[in-house]
Write a new protein. Structure first.
Length: 405
């Protein structure tokens, strides 16, 4: 149940101050233009013969006249009241939310895949227990494995799903979780091979009420492409994902030859790219929710859910740091800024990979003096060219190499 906020208008003093400021102060260009517009409107009324003065003894209609000042203030205040009365009260939206069963989404903990390196004697099996805790070097980010994993003899590496102990959004670079808080026999090392961009904060009241408005607008009927995207994102993925629909595309058949972005376009068909905010495929539970949701589609609709299409690339750059700057921290900041810039959660479908943007992100990091050119003709060692993406592709940063010179 959503609690009702206190919506009592208790800012009369502020409203009065705004009204006073509206009709007083120094003369400005905007005030003069406003006076000209008012006089033009007055001329039109006089010409129409519709004006019958109530107080003909008031012959001074200049902006400085006391009664003109008061009337302008009253008109402005009435406009503010009309605006307030024309809004749907928050109490109503909250009542709708409670009626529809729409509640604030709780904070969720970030998840990632950890890769354990095994060094066990021949013939020795290894078990990585559930709730084995791993952290970064500073002990700020602590994750624990969600299930026990059996590692048969001869296996050198094993991947395990882990969840952070604290709920909330987490953004980390690859190879940050490297400290074994709980020692496991024959486990030599651990790391997170991919960047982490996972977890959500507690949903705000504004976000909940925005979902209420969308639900009221759509109801339980999916008609447009926008309806489809919003329904999958809010009802199936609980707002924690990325959805982009492409109408007239049959089952992800985007490419048909070198010069065509899409294959044969067919009305009634829609391909939807669905993924998590980290760019991964959604799980079977979310897919089942989408399948049930598609029953609300109106008309002869054929809807296909496909995985994202990425353009992968690496970045290698030579940087010169400012004197006295801690290189380890700055290098981590550079990589984090680059991965945040190209994060799948930003939904940059079709965004080109421009070297100029990469340079701006690197040189905009605190502590970086400048980039040193890789050669006489290249500023970056990688990528060496700008790359344009198709409308359905997403840029995906794989590896980052930063050399300090």
């Amino acid at each position: 149940m959503i609690e009702y906020p206190n919506l009592t208008i208790d800012d009369e003093a502020k409203l009065a101050a705004q009204a006073i400021a509206l009709v007083s102060g120094e003369l400005t260009q905007e005030i003069v233009r406003k006076q000209i517009r008012e006089r033009e409107e007055m001329l039109e009324l006089l010409a129409s013969g519709l004006i019958v003065p109530i107080c003909p003894e008031l012959t001074n209609a200049n902006p400085s006249a006391p009664h003109t000042v008061l009337l302008e203030a009253f008109a402005w205040l009435l406009a503010q009241m009309a605006y307030r009365m024309n809004q749907v009260p928050q109490q109503n939206l909250i009542a709708f939310a409670n009626l529809f069963g729409i509640e604030p989404r709780p904070a969720t903990a970030a998840e990632t895949i950890l890769r354990f390196t095994i060094d066990a004697p021949n013939g020795t099996d290894v078990t990585i227990p559930a709730e084995t805790q791993i952290s970064d070097a500073d002990g700020v980010y602590i994750f624990e494995t969600v299930e026990a994993v059996f590692v048969p003899s001869g296996t050198l590496t094993k991947t395990v799903t882990a969840r952070r102990l604290v709920a909330g959004h987490t953004l980390l670079s690859p190879n940050v979780l490297t400290v074994m808080i709980d020692a496991v026999a024959f486990v030599e090392a651990v790391t997170n091979p991919a960047a982490i961009d996972s977890g959500t904060e507690v949903e705000s009241l504004e976000s909940v009420l925005r979902r209420v408005k969308l639900y009221q607008k759509r109801g339980e009927r999916i008609v447009s492409t926008k309806d489809l995207e919003e329904a999958i994102l809010n009802d199936a993925l609980d707002g924690n994902g990325v959805v982009r629909a492409f109408p007239f595309v049959v089952n992800g058949q985007f490419i048909d030859g070198e010069d065509s972005m899409f294959g044969e376009l067919k009305p009634g068909h829609t391909t939807v790219i669905v993924m998590t905010k980290t760019g991964d495929s959604i799980d079977s539970l979310a897919m089942a929710k989408i399948g049930a949701l598609l029953d609300q589609a109106v008309g002869n609709q054929f809807i296909y859910v496909v995985n994202p299409r990425f353009f992968t690339f690496n970045i290698e750059v030579n940087v010169r740091l400012k004197t006295g700057s801690p290189s380890g921290i700055i290098l981590a900041d550079i990589e984090r800024n680059l991965r945040l810039f190209y994060s799948p959660s930003r939904e940059q479908f079709g965004r080109a990979v421009y070297r100029s943007e990469i340079i701006a992100v690197v040189e905009g990091t605190t502590g970086v003096d400048r980039i040193e050119a890789a050669s006489a003709t290249q500023i970056l060692a990688s990528p060496i060219n700008d790359t344009r993406l198709r409308e359905y592709e997403l840029p995906k940063l794989v590896g980052v190499i930063i050399n300090v010179v």
